[in-house]
Design a protein. Structure first.
Length: 93
């Protein structure tokens, strides 16, 4: 008798921000008590204000999500909030 096993079902991702306290804890693991933590928290707050619904960021055009494009001779910042939020987005991942 041949038994077929179904592929495991992957859970749906949750599209939500995590707390500043959780992000602070993660940042301090790599940065200690440096001033970079304060700056990263400020960027996180700006990003959360711009995209309170994280799904809206995922639905935005790629150039907006990346935050910058190459215009043929240099990089141009199109959307500073997304560009600067890279470390926060890594944390969320």
């Amino acid at each position: 008798m041949l038994l077929l096993h179904a592929a495991p079902v992957m859970p749906s991702p949750t599209w939500r921000h995590l707390s500043a306290a959780d992000y602070t804890h993660w940042l301090r693991q790599g940065m200690g008590a440096s001033d970079g933590v304060r700056k990263a928290l400020s960027i996180q707050a700006q990003f959360c204000q711009q995209y309170p619904d994280l799904q809206a960021w995922f639905n935005a055009p790629l150039a907006e999500r990346v935050g910058r494009i190459y215009d043929g001779s240099s990089w141009a910042i199109l959307h500073a909030v997304s560009y600067q939020a890279g470390p926060y987005l890594v944390f969320l991942a």
